[in-house]
Design a protein around this ligand. Structure first.
Ligand code: SME
Length: 149
C-alpha cells in the first residue's frame, strides 16, 4: 500500500500547484487511500512563537488551530523532535481531544535543514492501527514536503 502511494505523493510534489495546494492534496490522498487515516493534517511552527499553527488538513474541522509547544501530542513532538505513536489516546494524560471518535494518533516531525519546523498529524478512529511502516512512510512524505518549503 505505502509502496504504491509514494509515486502519487511524488507526482503531487512535482506538479505545478502552489505549495499550499500540494499539501492539501497530500492530506486528501492519504485520508482517502488509507482506511484507518481519518484525519490528516500539517502543523507548522508559527514564526518565532513557541506554538504550532494548523496548515492544510483533510477531515473534520478542528478548534485546535494553535497548539502551544509542550501541549498535547503535537506540542510534545515540537519539543522532542521524535515520532510519537499513540495506540490508545485514552491512555495519554497530555492529549488534546479533537473528536470523541478518535482512538489513536501518530505525529511525525518535519525537518527542514535539520530544524523541526512542523509535523504531520494523523488521527484514527481505529484502535492501535499504526506500525513502523506508517512511521517510515510519513517520514518519507515529510522529507518530500520539506523539499518544497
Ligand atoms: N490530538 C492532538 C491535537 C490535534 S488534533 O488531533 C487535530 C494533540 O493531542 O496534540
Amino acid at each position: 500500500m505505502f509502496h504504491d502511494l509514494k509515486p502519487l505523493v511524488n507526482s503531487i510534489i512535482d506538479s505545478n500547484d502552489t505549495t499550499e495546494s500540494k499539501l492539501q492534496k497530500i492530506c486528501e490522498l492519504l485520508k482517502s487511500k488509507i482506511a484507518y487515516y481519518d484525519w490528516v493534517g500539517f502543523y507548522f511552527v508559527n514564526g518565532d512563537k513557541k506554538e504550532l499553527k494548523l496548515g492544510p488538513y483533510a477531515g473534520a474541522p478542528t478548534d485546535h488551530t494553535i497548539i502551544p509547544f509542550g501541549k498535547g501530542i503535537c506540542g510534545q513532538v515540537a519539543e522532542s523532535n521524535k515520532n510519537f505513536v499513540v495506540p490508545d489516546v485514552a491512555a495519554q494524560d497530555n492529549y488534546i481531544a479533537c473528536s470523541i471518535t478518535v482512538k489513536a494518533e501518530i505525529v511525525v516531525p518535519l525537518f527542514k535543514n535539520g530544524k523541526n519546523i512542523g509535523q504531520i498529524d494523523i488521527d484514527s478512529n481505529t484502535p492501535n492501527p499504526f506500525s513502523e511502516e506508517d512511521e517510515r512512510f510519513l517520514e518519507y512524505v515529510n522529507e518530500k514536503v520539506a523539499q518544497i518549503l
